[in-house]
Design a protein around this ligand. Sequence first.
Ligand SMILES: NC(=O)c1ccc[n+]([C@@H]2O[C@H](COP(=O)([O-])OP(=O)(O)OC[C@H]3O[C@@H](n4cnc5c(N)ncnc54)[C@H](OP(=O)(O)O)[C@@H]3O)[C@@H](O)[C@H]2O)c1
Length: 219
Amino acid sequence: MRVLVGPDVPLEELYAAPAEPWLRVNMVVTVDGAATGADGTSRSINNPFDQQVFRLLRAQADVIVVGAGTLREEGYRPNPLPIVAVSRSGRVPPTLRSSPPGRVLLATCAGAPGIAEARKLLGEEQVLVFGSHRVDLAALREALVQRGFRQILSEGGPHLLRDLLDEGVADELCVTTVPHVIGGLHPRISNGPPVDVPLHLHSLVEHEGTLLARWFVER
Ligand SMILES: NC(=O)c1ccc[n+]([C@@H]2O[C@H](COP(=O)([O-])OP(=O)(O)OC[C@H]3O[C@@H](n4cnc5c(N)ncnc54)[C@H](OP(=O)(O)O)[C@@H]3O)[C@@H](O)[C@H]2O)c1
């Protein structure tokens, strides 16, 4: 492992969040910009070095925030860390429906068709309603901080990443670039209407051609 940019310290130190509260998003991408591989998920493009940083970021987090599309596609299961599912429709992803109490929260909006069922499945306290027709992500962040979740990790997906950046809610974007070109039709790591968010490079690490970059959002 070589640190190309940033202090030459162990990964745990290099990835320490500089402040609290802090919200970062972690994504993996191929050299030609694909956010998914042959199986339609990021599982077919990630590699052991990416998994190492993926686990490290979870170890440093209090809570994981994930878009419902990713939860559905990747079949997320309950985790020792609480998972916040962000969903406009308010439908609890199938693999999270029988989670132990308190392990899964749903962030949705008042008009969501699935809201009543979500309350039954997860409990009233676990269903957070922000806004009438879209989830107010800044309000979600604030509510998570109020619950004591000060290190917030989002694992995407592409639509949620785009919205977190657009609404000024993300502090950092961690991107692993894996040394593959895969062609085909795949989403990029951000998806949705155009945004233009300036970033600066905090650190860059290389291991066997895989690049781990930490990008901080310009304030
Ligand atoms: N390369 C990577 O690192 C990476 C990471 C994560 C995911 N992925 C891949 O990305 C694909 C999924 O892409 P995606 O763009 O659909 O993922 P996504 O952003 O996780 O899911 C989109 C869905 O999440 C909900 N959502 C997202 N942003 C929202 C917001 N601001 N407010 C309210 N709801 C919001 C909506 O759910 P409802 O439909 O329930 O309303 C929306 O339809 C999968 O193939 C997955 O494997 C790749």
